[in-house]
Design a binder for this molecule. Sequence first.
Ligand code: SF4
Length: 494
Amino acid sequence: MLTDTTTAADDKIRCDACPVMCYIKPGAAGACDRYANHNGELVRVDPHVVLERTVSHGGRLVPFQAVGDWDGKIVHEPSIFVTAIGAGTTYPDYKPAPFIVSSEIDGVDMVTVVTEGIFSYCGVKVKIDTDRYLGPETATVRAQGEAIGHVTTSEYGSQMLSLGGVHHLTGGSKKEGRVTCDALMDLSNCKPVELTIDGGATVVVQAGYPPIVNGVAEERMRVGCGSATIGMFAKQWHGKVDEVVVVDDHITGVLSEHQAGKLLGVPETGIKMKGRRSTPGRYFRVAEPGTAWGGTNIEDPLSILQAFNPRIAWPKLRLLMVSTTGEHYAYFELDEALQPIEKDLPATLGESVARIKENCEPALSTVLFMGGAGGSLRAGVTENPVRLTHSVRDALTRVTCGGAPVYVWPGGGITFMVDVTRMPENAFGYVPTPALVAPIEFTLKVKDYADLGGYMDHVRPLDSILHGEGRRHISASPENPWPMAQPKSPRSRS
Ligand code: SF4
């Protein structure tokens, strides 16, 4: 695909698609490998991606009798979406976006403005489904030894990393910026990246795949905290065992003390836990965090117990200890001295451990790219950029990334997040400023586009670009809503 602007300098040409302004020799590519000098013309190297909606999305078939020479293929024209992947970038900000494409959907004239945005302010939020301890909150996360982000708050059954951002991209050494940019691009393109956490674990993260923590692939995320696990399975344990301890780094549960056990009439057992008692049957900090039982550092579950109360406990008392994933479990009976002696797990309790495992979902790594549509993006859509922000807020304009749906944060600006697994492959690139290049599309009614000060003289019909060279047609993901569906009714702004 040819770009609009080239500048000759001897036999080199100058790319002006980003602030680097590369001079590119004939046959060579620029610093980002996205643009090249092809026989004296500046071309975007990667194909421009166009999504096609197929029958599974509700795409229409030509009626059999209606078209005599129909070749049996799905009619694609009404169901095509021009993404920004491979569309190119414009720089500086005031230039209109590379493609402003009109099409008619169900009798309504629509326009889609597409551009590959250059994001200096961007990062990824990583959700890692594991109980294993990855590192302390706020600890530095490194790639190739360089700081690229930090550990943030744990969420239910998952640990979260916040990576990238302008601080690491531009605020540190050149190497830190480059490594951060590489890691963000690889994570966003669903490639595996090894991360090390100061004072914690090494984890390989790949969007849509299980995390690998210290060389071990995680299989399942926990069914709940220790207390929740007691609540869920208390009935299944009732009568089959006298005491159950669900070991968890955050909240360890004890059946006989827990409200679930009380309601079932489970008698006291004289068990004494280490750690800090919260509410009945719920204990905090029974051990240190780690990668063993329930995300703690213990290999021996008995290490979190104190001696049983001899006035309450009895010989042959049956005790099950289990982790929140069912991965670790052990069964004990008290001897005459009230010491727990490990025994084989009875089959009746084996079922409940299997049930805990069954209720754990597969552990995955999830990567959300997060960026903000700032100056260059918004000014490429309209001469009055704040109106684009208002239009997105009012739900008149739909924002997509490579055709995938995004979540737009409330508040100022157009700050969005997108699940990278819902985007076409290799949708992300980079420029060596350093910054990430990500596709972004704005779709709205033509009338609304004119109202917000859009570049109406740059609008071109869909047909005019569909049959040009350098376009790649791919099927839209059936999991995504069709990006050309009509925007919802506008919300009123106060
Ligand atoms: S880094 Fe890429 S986009 Fe930027 S000027 Fe060089 S070739 Fe063009």
